[in-house]
Design a binder for this molecule. Structure first.
Ligand SMILES: [Zn+2]
Length: 279
């Protein structure tokens, strides 16, 4: 499943190709993904000029000069490809935009958990999809004091709280484990008990792991203005995620005593942590 760094990488790959381009033709190749494509989507897109491509949470935002924003979510298996004129659609290519610069933007989604929406730019934040979302993890709105305030009184485990998009967006299962390891906080700790310096440390840890992954993604972007290709999936190097029984990198714990990185299940999702370092 694409996580925030993958989606950010897709946006960074798309922006230079799509910015300033007119959409000559929109091809909608089936009636729905997870939800039906919006009515009149084709007529709303064709002839519009793209101002820029950005991101909110894991949504790709393609801002048009018509006051509308084309919103895409990649769901579980969505992929975005940049192709050239004359591209022949393949299986699961459900949505395609033909641009004036002869590039073809292709949304491929085998499992069809993705979403395509059209929203008004002026009222986007009030749209049901966006209205309850918490701050972006890399924005100044996400801070130690904010986190303390937001988690106050919460009995739920911190790992579970971090994955709640109303608290902060884009911290998925993998990055929650990685951030808690870096901050030295147990995934099982009660969310409301995290305060002061520890909250600040956690915020910085989240930023650091996400930024590192985004950098990694950025380094995989070739010049898509010239070349074709798929955007956004790249090889990650995790410290604790999926490393059960291994020694934790940079940790002073004794693997013979601790048995290495542990795995527990919280809210149906695996958490990985060091019981020695993380309290
Ligand atoms: Zn350790």
């Amino acid at each position: 499943m694409p996580e925030l760094p993958e989606v950010e990488t897709v946006c960074r790959g798309l922006d230079p190709v799509m910015r300033g381009q007119k959409i000559l033709r929109a091809e909608i190749r089936r009636k729905d993904l997870r939800k039906p494509f919006p009515p009149r989507l084709k007529s709303a897109l064709e002839g519009a000029t793209i101002q820029h491509v950005s991101r909110r949470a894991k949504y790709i935002l393609i801002t048009l000069d018509t006051g509308k924003i084309l919103v895409m979510h990649l769901g579980m298996s969505g992929r975005v490809q940049i192709e050239g004129e004359g591209y022949t659609p393949k299986t699961h290519d459900h949505f395609m935009l033909h641009l004036k610069n002869k590039r073809v933007i292709v949304l491929n989604d085998a499992r069809r958990f993705g979403i395509v929406l059209l929203v008004d730019a002026a009222t986007m934040d009030d749209h049901p999809v966006f209205v309850a979302l918490g701050p972006e993890p890399l924005s100044n709105d996400f801070s130690g004091p904010y986190l303390v305030e937001r988690l106050r009184g919460k009995k739920v485990a911190i790992k579970t709280a971090l994955m709640d998009p109303r608290v902060v967006v884009g911290v998925g299962n993998i990055y929650a484990s990685e951030s808690l390891f870096l901050a030295g906080i147990s995934p099982e700790r009660e969310a409301g008990s995290i305060s002061g310096d520890r909250a600040e440390k956690l915020v910085q840890a989240i930023r650091k792991v996400l930024k590192k992954a985004i950098e990694k993604g950025g380094s995989t972007l070739k010049d898509h203005r010239q070349a074709s290709g798929e955007l956004g999936y790249f090889q990650h190097h995790f410290t604790v995620y999926d490393k059960v029984g291994e020694a934790c990198p940079g940790c002073s714990c004794d693997i013979v005593k601790t048995g290495g990185i542990r795995r527990i299940v919280q809210g149906g999702r695996s958490s990985f942590y060091c019981a020695e370092k993380q309290k």
